[in-house]
Design a protein around this ligand. Structure first.
Ligand code: NAD
Ligand code: 0WE
Length: 263
């Protein structure tokens, strides 16, 4: 589905990463892939993983730094004559923001960091990619979560950042649409990744989600990867500005089993 497409994937940390599921699906579908890593601590891991999918281009990129984003596309343009897609699978808020009552724990500093890393960085990558994507009917894809529209305990300022990210999918879709590019998001159900580790009661959240979801289970990073492959492929040429749920149907339910309630 992605034969001869040049795709940049931002957000692989380890084999559990959603971006790893995406990279694996995309490489199986014939894409040429370049990976970035956030810092030297992750470099070895990402290079080893990437090699197992046949990736040979690895670029450092902390999305908090404009110069590193600029450098990423400079490096890419030395390697490829154009770019067909960018996958953004990055989200971060300071840990203290994600544990406790929203009003008590939310700070100006935490708000700014969450929005910068989790939302603005998608726009920054879109800016950086513009020149290399020109004339290629490209695709930009990001990862969101239901906490953008509904509340759940402790997601807090990340919910605001994801709401901002989803709004930017729509504004970017209009902007990049002028050049023939599509912009979409996948809203994934919860997965046990590095970003989820250390989140209080995450295991309980996983079992709550599985029991309430129409499919009666959680989703895998492979399923997110395959949906990402579809959205990035020419099969999805009519889809832009969309938030596609890959969550075993959880978001369409308002109640799970009535048996759980007291009579
Ligand atoms: P992960 O920890 O594997 O990936 C998060 C990535 O963000 C890591 O690779 C990390 O290096 C990168 N990152 C953080 N700050 C960065 C920075 N300043 N510069 C560059 N990279 C940075 O976790 P994940 O769950 O795979 O997260 C990927 C995306 O999926 C995130 O946007 C997350 O919000 C979203 N998401 C996750 C879940 C879930 O339950 N795990 C559900 C829905 C959406
Ligand atoms: O988007 C996410 C991950 C968000 C995240 C997680 C962390 C933990 C470690 C962003 N920043 C950090 N910063 C850290 O220091 N998800 C959708 C997974 C997730 O995270 C939660 C969730 C779910 C689901 C946090 C609280 C409540 C639920």
């Amino acid at each position: 589905m992605l034969k001869n497409k040049n795709i940049l994937i931002v957000g692989v940390a380890n084999k559990h990463s959603i971006a790893a599921g995406i990279a694996e699906s995309m490489s199986k579908n014939g894409a040429n892939i370049a990976l970035t890593y956030q810092n030297e601590r992750l470099q070895g891991n990402v290079e080893k993983l990437g090699s197992s999918w046949g990736v040979d281009t690895f670029i450092p990129c902390d999305v908090a730094e404009d110069c590193q984003i600029e450098n990423t596309f400079k490096e890419l343009s030395n390697k490829w004559d154009g770019l067909d897609a960018v996958i953004h699978a990055v989200g971060f808020a300071p840990r203290e923001e994600l544990d406790g009552d929203f009003l008590d724990v939310t700070s100006r500093e935490g708000f700014n960091i969450a929005h910068d890393i989790s939302s603005y960085s998608f726009i920054a990558l879109a800016k950086g990619a513009k020149e290399m994507m020109s004339g290629r009917n490209g695709s930009l894809l990001t990862l969101s979560y239901l906490g953008s529209k509904m509340t759940l305990p402790n997601y807090n300022v990340m919910g605001l950042a994801k709401a901002s990210l989803e709004a930017s999918v729509r504004y970017l879709a209009v902007s990049a649409g002028k050049d023939g590019h599509r912009v979409n998001a996948i809203s994934a159900g919860p997965v046990k990744t590095l970003a989820a580790s250390g989140v209080k009661n995450f295991r309980k959240m996983l079992s709550y989600n599985a029991s309430r979801a129409p499919l009666g289970r959680n989703i895998t990073t492979k399923e997110v990867g395959d949906a990402a492959t579809f959205l990035t492929s020419d099969m999805a040429s009519g889809i832009s500005g969309e938030i596609l749920y890959v969550d075993a149907g959880f978001n369409i339910t308002a109640m799970g089993s009535i048996e759980e309630a007291e009579s």
